[in-house]
Design a protein around this ligand. Structure first.
Ligand code: UD2
Ligand code: MN
Length: 581
């Protein structure tokens, strides 16, 4: 046919892949994506019976983009490994520049097809889910600043190739004032034939928050989906994001974010039972943690959406009108950071829900550093974070402020944002903590606090050493009265905490035949090895052993059989009486 070119390939990759070819089948060439789903389903079935093994090069696609070859690098989400030392001098230069400019392995990304196939990592149950019959259509908004060409276009194609056409209204690319050549005329050529893709550009560097706002204001779909510019949407990613919104427009939905390895571009799948939800610490930094038991029990099926206190920020779906009512993002936030917690708190406090859809898989290249330029002499992340604390945290903002030395800096005017909160009559942060994030540790509600001082040697305190190093054993160390590594809090759930690290006794025995060392480990809120009682000056662990300071030196600490008469097992710690920290 003149308007379609048909290629024969080895096998049918996936159902929606077949879905894409329907329009090209000679016997049903009039059934395309504008036809009702039932008609297409019928045609699809026919195609299956014919064992159709064809792939369409749609007329709206640049020919050289249409190159997913079985066996080519990175196919099925596999790793691509390069021995950089074997590259020619020129190629090696490209390889190094790729890392420098992107903080990921651009050289490898450039080797991979813009339309590579991914393995279908969904749980088999996901394929049986019946979605709402009237899913809303969506505008996918992808913002970027100096993104590599291959990662950006692969993001775009993964959306085009794996979204049912009737659900995809458009893709809006927002260029946040990039200065790279490949994002100028070349990008316009790259997307010229893609009828659903539009490109907007900011007239100065705005940062990701205002760039997304620009896309949102222009979007025509009922639902907005935001993506970073280095993502890959997997088969069936879209429907599970739209389904909860079709049932209740006051939800924001995030996919299961898979790691695309920054070096090999391998897509690392997460089994459905290992899904983590979002939280935050009192530095107001987002973190992941295990889905609470209670939430696992609340859900009936493993494919049901999971409630999450916060979102990572980059990838989510939200009803356009509701996003609008919520005041979208705070346009006073610059460049990067904070907007994810702002939206998370707002969603919950203003009568909505934040959900993770376990059947929607989207890969994201997680980087170890930020490759682009940041404004000099201002801490934009702090500015953004103070703004959100001022608007949403009520009295709880003091915990964050303590951690930035109560130096709020110039954070501008937030009165407009407070008006939105007022107008929508949003609930308090206390309500949020009590109802949405009861696992969160609240410093002011701890049972004991301060240094833990030995009774046997009263100048020795429990010391976590350098907390950054994770699971170093804790030691006895001369008390310094400077808080820091010697400042512990006992949470209501009986953890002994220092910020996000908890004293953890993994068990095991030292060479002396005595129970082993105590380490400082990321708090997991699951009690177990991180659960202690403090009674009669003794620290008794869930295992039944007690914390002891060595009688031979002032440093070693270990767990031992509890002996109420042994002074080396006795410690002073301050009980909290009122609400002071
Ligand atoms: C995470 C989020 C990101 C955002 C950020 C907090 C995920 C997977 N990613 O950081 O979306 O919520 O946390 O703010 O949840 N960009 C611009 N202009 C800029 C800076 C960045 O357009 O001035 C674009 C950038 O090209 C990218 C996106 O914003 O597409 C996010 O930036 P990132 O990838 O550096 O952020 P990330 O993934 O570390
Ligand atoms: Mn990103």
């Amino acid at each position: 046919k003149n308007d379609m070119q048909v290629n024969v390939i080895d096998k049918i990759v996936s159902p929606s892949f077949v879905d894409r070819i329907i329009g090209a089948l000679p016997f049903k060439s009039n059934v395309d994506h504008d036809h009702p789903p039932e008609e297409r389903a019928k045609a699809l079935e026919q195609a299956r019976q014919m064992n159709a093994q064809v792939q369409v090069v749609a007329p709206d696609m640049k020919k050289e983009h249409n190159d997913p070859k079985i066996g080519s690098p990175g196919e099925m989400g596999n790793a691509v490994r390069i021995d950089k030392d074997k590259l020619s001098k020129e190629e090696r230069q490209k390889y190094d520049d790729g890392w420098k400019n992107n903080a990921f392995n651009q050289y490898v990304s450039d080797m991979i097809s813009l339309r590579r196939n991914l393995a279908d990592v969904r749980d088999p149950e996901c394929k049986k889910v019946e979605f709402h019959p009237n899913l809303p259509d969506t505008s996918v908004i992808i913002i970027f600043h100096n993104e590599a060409r291959s990662t950006l276009l692969r993001t775009v194609y993964s959306v085009l190739d794996r979204s049912p056409t009737h659900l995809l209204k458009e893709i809006i690319l927002v260029d946040d004032f990039s200065d790279k050549e490949h994002l100028k005329k070349m990008l316009e050529d790259d997307i010229q034939l893609l009828t659903k893709v539009r490109l907007l550009r900011t007239s100065k560097r705005e940062g990701l928050i205002r760039a997304r706002l620009k896309g949102a204001v222009d979007a025509k779909g009922k639902v907005l989906i935001f993506l970073d510019s280095h993502c890959e949407c997997a088969e069936g990613w879209l429907e599970p994001l739209l389904d909860p919104i079709a049932r209740n427009n006051k939800v924001a939905v995030v996919p299961l974010i898979e790691i695309i390895d920054d070096s090999t571009f391998q897509v690392i799948g997460t089994p459905i039972q290992n899904i983590q939800v979002g939280g935050f610490d009192w530095n107001l930094i987002f973190n992941w943690h295990v889905t609470p038991e209670k939430e696992m029990k609340r859900r009936q099926k493993k494919t049901d959406p999971i409630r999450s206190p916060t979102m990572a920020g980059g990838l989510f779906a939200i009803d356009r009108d509701w996003f609008d009512q919520l005041g979208m993002y705070d346009p006073g936030m610059d460049i990067w950071g904070g907007e994810n917690l702002e939206l998370s708190f707002k969603v919950w406090q203003c009568g909505g829900e934040l959900l993770c859809a376990p059947c929607s898989h989207v890969g994201h290249v997680f980087r170890k550093r930020s490759p682009y330029e940041w404004p000099k002499n201002v801490n934009v992340v702090k500015k953004n974070t103070v703004r959100l604390a001022e608007v949403w945290l009520d009295d709880y903002k003091k915990y964050y402020y303590e951690r930035i030395g109560n130096d709020l800096g110039d954070f501008g005017d937030v009165s407009d944002r407070l008006k939105i909160r007022d107008r929508l009559q949003c609930k308090s942060f206390k309500w949020y903590l009590d109802n949405v994030y009861p696992e969160q540790f609240i410093p002011g509600e701890s049972l004991y606090f301060g240094e833990i001082r030995s009774r046997a040697k009263t100048n020795i305190c429990v010391d976590s050493q350098e907390i950054e190093d994770g699971d170093k054993p804790i030691i006895g160390y001369p008390c310094h009265g400077q808080a820091g590594n010697q400042f512990f809090l006992m949470s209501k759930t009986f953890e002994i905490r220092r910020e996000e690290k908890c004293l953890d006794y993994p068990g095991g025995h030292s060479e002396l035949g005595k129970p082993g060392k105590i380490v400082s480990f990321t708090c997991h809120s699951m009690q177990g090895n991180q659960m202690w009682t403090y009674e009669n000056d003794m620290f008794r662990h869930a295992s039944g052993f007690c914390m002891e300071l060595s009688s031979k030196n002032d440093k070693d600490m270990y767990m031992s059989i509890c002996e109420p008469t042994n002074n080396n097992q006795k410690w002073f710690w301050k009980k909290r009486i009122n609400n002071s920290t």
